[in-house]
Design a protein around this ligand. Structure first.
Ligand code: ADP
Ligand code: MG
Ligand code: ZN
Length: 613
């Protein structure tokens, strides 16, 4: 149990195993018997047998209230000595005076006790009904329990892991674009799964596991599914977080279960997503230690060592925090292959866009290269989203095909959020924003070694941006020179510089620019070795490569202070440079801002034309 076979048989049947059902049935039988023996007789009406003489004397005494003829007997209701009403039964003697007597005593004729139930009815109410009710209750109870604990209430110690087994994932390497190196590394695994014997004959054993590492949305899960699809083998997948359980030991049980099922179905792929959840470095002597997680990890390590790699079970795992993984997992014989799945480059982005455009009706003129160039740093998932947003926009616009404009707009939507055409921005603020954005663009354009301006807009976005300047590189860039980094900082300060220069006051609109400029200047000093004062010394180390590039300082407090001073100096210098550029081009700044204010959005070409004339 535990396998979800393409959703055919959901695994939340409470009595999935017959032993549990048997126990339950026996338990219920006992309970019903107890109920029948102790409780129900007390509830049923008791009938007291009595003689005809007593009956007559009770009539005399005026104790009888009601009388009923029951075949050749008489049932009657009367008060006993203690004054409680009881039902009595007596033989019916052929007494001609009885009716007269009863009548004069004021006794009513009618039903004394409700219709005596038939044997079948009695059986039903005493046995079937209680059992039915209890079955229902038990069913409900175990369902809720299972939902709470994620485990089968009937079978403690056994897991009920939601392991998704797909017999065919239906994905192939053709669905994964731009991850050529990763695919190359995985082809061998596909080949092995096709024909494990070929490898066994020669005595070669393939690595038992491969670890896919890379930022979120780069296609790690997709690649794993594609491997299974290419090899036409079942695909077991489970997320690391599903191992983390309420009860200690359940996670380990799930691991055992998973491997048991996988070996039965070999050759197959076992995919453990987000393995860092269980595979985190184990604490060395800390107090906090998470026993459950550690047990699960230990179980995983044991299982990986234990199973026969020649059978054809390949374990793939994915993570975006490889640095936090326990070293034991990466040891030879476990996940010793590490396959980087990086953010796509220009060519990769174009390929991914094309893969996702396959099923979308696209205008022939769509330039995927241009879109790819504008989306430097985007992941595969984001690119897929861009195509979809573009298609949605085409529908909104009432068009039948997706055109370039839709894609460009959806790029901006992904970067900056939706347009907020209705946002009430005052004329004065609009003017400030126009100068701010023109400032960025102008500083960028007046420096060599700076990416060309692609678009400037002052239409507010849902992200809160009141406008922005888009710069798009001609081709792919892998390195940034010191000059380019400095120019970038100058460009970032250009917005604020224009506000100062024009209005002699500053606004909060530059907060994001400031943050970016500071980050870059800081990285120049601490990581890129680009400041004369410190030279090639790593003062900060990146602790989280794929998620947000968190860094931690690795220097003395005095050095930290000196770093701050250097960062401030760099940003200040570039800010001054930007102001200088704007002063020199004051006329153009005014002209361009006025034009932008009027048009709200201008292209890089329009911008350059005005700048050059
Ligand atoms: P990850 O597991 O690395 O976080 P996923 O594999 O879940 O990323 O990718 C999410 C989605 O993004 C995929 O379903 C696919 O539509 C798209 N995608 C990501 N990378 C690629 C790629 N290289 N080629 C095609 N589509 C991709
Ligand atoms: Mg994933
Ligand atoms: Zn700005």
């Amino acid at each position: 149990m535990g396998v979800k076979n393409d959703g055919k048989k959901p695994d939340n049947e409470p009595f999935g195993n017959w032993k549990g059902l048997l126990y339950y049935a026996v338990l219920m039988l006992i309970i019903t018997m107890l109920l029948n023996g102790l409780l129900f007789p007390a509830m049923r009406q008791r009938v007291i047998e009595t003689g005809y003489n007593d009956f007559l004397s009770m009539i005399e005494a005026g104790k009888v209230r009601q009388v009923q003829r029951d075949q050749d007997q008489i049932l009657f209701l009367a008060e006993d000595a203690a004054g409680n009403r009881q039902v009595y039964r007596t033989g019916n003697w052929e007494d001609p005076e009885l009716t007269e007597r009863l009548y004069s005593a004021g006794v009513t004729f009618g039903k004394v006790i409700p219709q005596k139930e038939s044997a079948i009815m009695a059986f039903f109410t005493n046995w079937i009904l209680p059992i039915g009710v209890m079955l229902l209750l038990g069913n409900l109870l175990s369902r809720t329990l299972m939902k709470r604990m994620g485990g089968n209430a009937m079978t403690f110690g056994k897991s009920n892991a939601k392991i998704y087994a797909e017999n065919e994932t239906g994905k192939t390497f053709a669905d994964v674009a731009g991850q050529e190196e990763a695919k190359e590394a995985l082809v061998e695994i596909v080949d092995f799964l096709h024909d494990p014997n070929k490898y066994a004959d020669i005595g070669a054993s393939l690595p038992k596991g491969a670890l896919l590492v890379g930022p979120p949305g780069t296609g790690k899960t997709l690649l794993a599914r594609a491997v299974a699809g290419e090899a036409h083998v079942p695909f077991f997948s489970i997320s690391g977080s599903e191992f983390v359980e309420m009860f200690v030991g359940m996670g380990a049980a799930k691991v055992r279960d998973l491997f048991k099922q996988a070996t039965e179905k070999a050759p197959c792929i076992v995919f453990i997503d987000e393995i860092d959840t269980i595979g985190k470095k184990r604490d060395s002597g800390g107090i906090s230690g998470n026993d459950e997680r550690e047990q699960t990890l230990n179980q995983l390590l044991t299982e990986m060592d234990g199973f026969d790699g020649k059978k054809g079970v390949v374990i793939l795992a994915a993570t975006n925090r490889p640095e936090s993984l326990d070293q034991a997992l990466l040891r030879p014989g476990r996940f010793d292959r590490r396959i980087p799945v990086e953010l796509p480059d220009l060519k990769g982005r174009e390929a991914i866009l094309k893969v996702h455009a396959r099923n979308v009706r696209m205008d022939d003129t769509v330039d995927f290269n241009a879109v790819a160039r504008a989306t430097s740093g985007a992941s595969g998932a984001e690119l897929a989203n861009i195509i979809n947003e573009g298609a949605l926009r085409a529908v909104r616009m009432g068009r039948r095909v997706v055109c370039q404009e839709d894609l460009e707009e959806s790029v901006e939507t992904i970067i900056a959020g939706y347009q907020r055409k209705g946002a009430a921005v005052s004329e004065k603020e609009k003017r400030i924003v126009a100068y701010h954005e023109t400032g960025h663009a102008l500083v960028a354009a007046c420096q060599s070694n700076s990416a060309p301006v692609h678009k400037i807009t002052i239409i507010p976005r849902t992200s809160g941006a009141l406008g922005y300047t888009m710069q798009v590189e001609e081709g792919e860039r892998f390195l940034m020179s010191r000059e380019e980094a400095l120019n970038k900082i100058a460009t970032l300060t250009g917005g604020r510089a224009a506000e100062e220069f024009m209005f002699h006051s500053v606004t909060t609109g530059a907060s994001n620019d400031i943050e970016q400029a500071t980050k870059l200047a800081r990285a120049m000093v601490t990581r890129y070795g680009m400041s004369d004062q410190f030279g090639m010394v790593a003062l900060e180390t990146v602790t989280n490569q794929y998620l947000g590039q968190d860094t931690s300082l690795a220097c003395s407090p005095e050095t930290a202070k000196a770093i701050d001073d250097e960062v401030i100096r760099i940003v200040k210098e570039q800010h001054e440079k930007a102001i200088g550029i704007l002063k020199e081009n004051a006329a153009k700044l005014n002209e361009l801002s006025a034009y932008l204010l009027e048009k709200e959005t201008i292209t890089g070409d329009e911008f350059m034309e005005i700048l050059r004339r």
